[in-house]
Design a protein around this ligand. Sequence first.
Ligand code: F6P
Length: 357
Amino acid sequence: MKRIGMLTSGGDCQALNAAMRGVVKSLLYSKEEVEIYGFLEGYKGLIYGNFKMLTGVDFAGILTKGGTILGSSRTPFKTIREPDENGLDKVEAMKQNYYKLRLDVLVILGGNGTHKTANLLREEGLNIITLPKTIDNDLWGTDMTFGFQSAVDIATECIDCIHTTAASHGRIFIVEVMGHKVGYLTLNAGMAGGADIILIPEIPYDIDKVIEAIERRHKNGSQFTIIAVAEGAISKEDAALSKKDYKKKLENSKYPSVSYEIAAQIQERTGQEVRVTVPGHTQRGGSPCPYDRVFASRLGAEAGELILAGEYGFMVGYKNREIVKVPLEDVAGKLKMLEPDASIIKEAKLLGISFGD
Ligand code: F6P
């Protein structure tokens, strides 16, 4: 008999349900007797003992369902050691609930912040297995996270739609893509959507170079330009600022995001109309794409195997086309960023895509 706790934490993404279903299906298929406790709204559920008991039926028909059947929330790692507003020790409360339910393992699905807390719980003596979710694909220790490919599809579709209207009107369009502090999503959606300029956090841009790229296109007879801008894109000048000064600049900025600042600069310098489109949270929504359904199911099944073998303290990840187990202490607290000299960037440049550098 295995008593399994499960929770989904942080920003949601596609295929969270597919991954949980994978874990449960593989355990049920093994004929091991299992009891499943689903904690609601991420770590909050574990802290406050808010859970429901689940059976195989709860996981039926959810392979294609977006969001998470357990709900999610952000519980910042930075303040995890601080008592809550009623003086409750959150870490102690999570441990108590784990022990009260006599859990064998806690399966945690999440991204960067989630993994810091998961590793802390491991250090505190709990048995933990994690699964890598995030549309940002910025988790250390895995080449791929589930949710990413589905988000690439949505952001690409957005760029595709913008393409036709941009062409009709001969306009410059900026599509702002999510991805937090990394550029995987923007780079992939930008290339898939045929963007002319792609701005990502890993390659600080020079606005002069961006304008040069637009003018080059115009000289070559193209009336419109599509710019895919990562929400975390940063100019060369801003990248040279201290963290504190950059934060201050953002707080005092009149622009809602970097895309609007770039749009204003281009408009002022070229006299051409610039429009900004922000697909925002649509990128995290809806049904997972087939790739993510398969990928998340595979990760879930492998997590089931680890549970049956009693091997804990790992994230189930993906390296060099193989599903692998990565020690949690290696994952926690590290950000996976694009290398500016990665071959995909070189190839994008060979295609004539400008990175504003
Ligand atoms: O980490 C996933 C993500 O969607 C990022 O791409 C984005 O910056 C952030 O979450 C948005 O967070 P929230 O849903 O809290 O606004």
